[in-house]
Structures are given as structure tokens and as C-alpha cells.
Design a protein around this ligand. Sequence first.
Ligand code: MN
Length: 219
Amino acid sequence: MLAGAYCRAVEKAGGIPVLLPALAILDRPLHSFCQGLLLSGGGDFDPAFFGEEPHPQLGTVDLERDRWEISLIRKARAEGLPILGICRGIQALNVAFGGTLYQDLPAQYSPAPNRPLLEHNQQIPGDQVSHRVTIVAGSLLSRVIGPTEIWTNSHHHQAVKDPAPDLKVTARSDDGVIEGLEGTGDHFLLGVQWHPERLANPDSQRLFTAFVRACQPLM
Ligand code: MN
């Protein structure tokens, strides 16, 4: 099961995963029942949240989930809870903070001249890597992972377009697609476009370890 990989990664990092259903209203603080927020992968984001009409290549959307995740992100941010966004999660972070997305990379994204668009929807199994990601030196992501150049898996046809004003780009693939975002302050706020929960290398586990560690002071 897909959720199992996230749960195992959090558990291995010393955390206790708590899965939340999409509720209509959440009228109590997040910190009353969890210490951090991990946003998992999933389907496409409804472009209405960033003021666009649906593109013909847009996949299945789930308004209820979109609304729920945006409200969770805003609550987590207001309460200062650590946030880790994975794949769709980095996109949710960007939209919740006021940024936009490419609804379909192959149809809407043009890399710089002489740089072909990479295959971001890899056909090989998810536990294998398919493209390189370059991480900005000195960023939270580089401090967590270590190397500034890594190979990642890639299972997305949407991606961050205009980053939200309060988020900075800290990783890109060789064709320029944004693969990492983080906050500008001390708050642990990190998004990655790949799926570290499906990779069995130390770089990937370090992301979960750093996230769970950031959640500890609140326990
Ligand atoms: Mn990718």
C-alpha cells in the first residue's frame, strides 16, 4: 500500500505516523494531536486554487483533499509545526502559500535552449532513480541531505511554476524544473518533488530523520 512507505519511513526515523482523513472542519489546534505535518503524494491539484482554468492534460482532481491540505498547511504554519511536503505535497505547500503550478509539464514547460525536458514520469519502478537534482549549497535541504547533487526517482507531471513569495527554490533538475522548496525563516518547512519514502538510500532517510527531529521539541 502506498501509505505504508511513508509510515515506515517516519517510524524508522523515530516518529509515530498518524494518518488523517479529510474532514470538513477542523476546529482545534493541530498541536493538540500531532507534532508535525507530512504531506504525501497523490493526484493533481485543482487549478482553481491558483486562478486557472483546467488544462486538457489535467488529471483527476479532488477538491475536498485540496481544501483539506491547504487548511492543514495554514494551521501548521500558524502554529509553527514542522512541515515536510513530498511530491504532491511540495505542490500543496506552494499553492497554500500563494504560488502556482504547471498543470502538465510536457504541455506547458519549456526548458532553457539545448536542454531537453526530462522524463519526470518515470516508467521504471519507484525504488529506482531516474534523474539528477542539484541542491543549493547552504540550504536546509543541503544541510539535511549532505551532497548537493543527488539522483532521485520522479513520478509527477505537475510541478511548481511560480514559487510562493515566502518560499525559496533550493533544488532543480537539469532541465530547470523546481524539485525543492523551503521556508525562509527558522520554521522547518521543506518540500521535495521526488519520493524519498520509496528510495532505500541514506540521503532519503535523512529527510525523515531531520523532519522527525524537528518535531521533537514540541513533544
Ligand atoms: Mn522530477
